[in-house]
Design a protein around this ligand. Structure first.
Ligand SMILES: *[C@@H]1O[C@H](CO)[C@@H](O)[C@H](O)[C@H]1NC(C)=O
Ligand SMILES: *[C@@H]1O[C@H](CO)[C@@H](O)[C@H](O)[C@H]1NC(C)=O
Ligand SMILES: *[C@@H]1O[C@H](CO)[C@@H](O)[C@H](O)[C@H]1NC(C)=O
Ligand SMILES: *[C@@H]1O[C@H](CO)[C@@H](O)[C@H](O)[C@H]1NC(C)=O
Length: 368
């Protein structure tokens, strides 16, 4: 009995935190193409180490291939390159994790007779693998990733342009330099140049893949700080509406949409900054969030599909709010009190702009 009460207390305090991105490797859902240098400097043992690392990254029960009853799976393609590039495995080659483990060494093969490796040709081939494996909208809702293993790199305007085009088309590029003096950072996406020799390398790659797998639907903004990605997305709406129509607009505009929560300072600040950055809002800023009280004194946050959670201790009330006694339905809006401060106030029927929220697509939340 006391254990049950203890668990209930824990789960109710957990539910009032800002959501973080899912981090369940067994439910990773991506399309990943490896671009592996097989020139002589890479060495056969280097190729074996790269293959072992690829297996290790998916060793947390990641479902490899497609066609599982749970759509959350990861396809793996492999391109090898020297002065030429070839498709060692297209995105449908590996049908399971065991298939990957048994066959990757053979698929990657041994080093070529070439001393040179031209990354540009490898990247171009990887693009072909993604284009053909994802043609006709196949898995267009899955994030595409290119992971490069290279023992040499010459930065040319051509390879910089190729990588820029890939990144602009929504592909994340992770680079793993396989020699000390190789600097692949001009090619990689932000935070995606990973040291091959670190004892943390596998975890670093897994964490990058989990972050890439955490993204927002079109037109929603991912809630982030410089060091942290939260598991929610917001959309600001400047057109004034009363709270109940605003709430309906959020749930009608996207599956699982609701009026935004502000469960910590990061989120409160992020929403304020996003409103300040939006050309449609004007000072003094005021906008509804998903906090309300039906008139009995208890404050609730909106959640997806009509669910609610009680307000916890973290709050951002302006001075003299909330009113001491609540007897009629009351709705919370942020009201700007100085150029840099904004806090919560209550209203009954006034109309304001409003902030909608939806949780991120991630390993805990598949978005079709
Ligand atoms: C690269 O591919 C072309 C066309 O398939 C071929 O003629 C050439 O010999 C290849 N070069 C190397 C170094 O493999
Ligand atoms: C707002 O704009 C500034 C300046 O462009 C930018 O640095 C900041 O990241 C933006 N903040 C948000 C939350 O979009
Ligand atoms: C107040 O009303 C809400 C429904 O709007 C209900 O869920 C909650 O339990 C009520 N709280 C109290 C203290 O009666
Ligand atoms: C917001 O706060 C300012 C400054 O305290 C106040 O003048 C204004 O009336 C408030 N706006 C609303 C809608 O209550």
């Amino acid at each position: 009995m006391s254990i049950l009460i203890f668990l209930l207390i824990i789960s109710s305090s957990v539910s009032a935190q800002e959501r973080l991105c899912g981090n369940d490797l067994s439910n990773l859902w991506l399309d990943v193409v490896y671009v592996i240098d097989n020139s002589i400097p890479m060495t056969n043992s280097g190729l074996i180490r790269a293959s072992a690392q690829i297996i290790s990254v998916f060793g947390g029960n990641t479902k490899i291939g497609s066609g599982f009853s749970d759509p959350r799976s990861t396809r793996v393609g492999i391109v090898t390159y020297n002065t030429n590039a070839s498709v060692a495995a297209d995105l449908n080659r590996f049908g399971s994790f065991n298939d990957l483990v048994s066959n990757i060494y053979g698929v990657v093969g041994s080093v070529s007779s070439s001393n040179q490796a031209i990354l540009d040709v490898g990247l171009t081939k990887a693009k072909e693998v993604l284009d053909s494996g994802r043609a006709n909208n196949v898995r267009s809702n899955y994030q595409p990733v290119i992971v490069i293993y290279a023992s040499q790199f010459v930065s040319t305007s051509s390879v910089l342009k190729t990588s820029e085009n890939l990144k602009n088309s929504g592909i994340t590029i992770i680079t793993i330099p396989f020699a000390k003096n190789v600097d692949l950072s001009p090619i990689s996406s932000p935070h995606s140049n990973i040291d091959a020799g670190g004892y943390q390398t596998v975890t670093d790659i897994q964490n990058r893949l989990l972050q890439i797998n955490c993204f927002c639907p079109n037109n929603y903004i991912h809630v982030k700080t410089s060091t942290k990605n939260y598991g929610s997305c917001i959309k600001v709406n400047s057109l004034a509406a009363a709270w109940i129509p605003a709430r309906l607009a959020c749930s009608a505009s996207i599956a699982g949409g609701y009026l935004a929560n502000e469960l910590n300072q990061d989120k409160h600040d992020f929403i304020f900054e996003t409103v300040q950055n939006s050309t449609n809002f004007h000072e003094p800023y005021s906008y509804f969030i998903g906090l309300s009280n039906s008139g009995n004194g208890t404050w609730f946050w909106e959640r997806a599909n009509g669910n609610k959670v009680a307000l916890s201790t973290q709050s951002f009330w302006n001075p003299n709010y909330p009113p001491q006694s609540i007897t009629t339905p009351s709705y919370v809006f942020n009201n700007q009190t100085s150029s840099s401060t904004i806090g919560w106030q209550t209203t009954g029927a006034s109309a304001f702009g409003y902030i909608c929220e939806v949780i991120t697509c991630d390993t805990d939340n598949y978005c079709s």
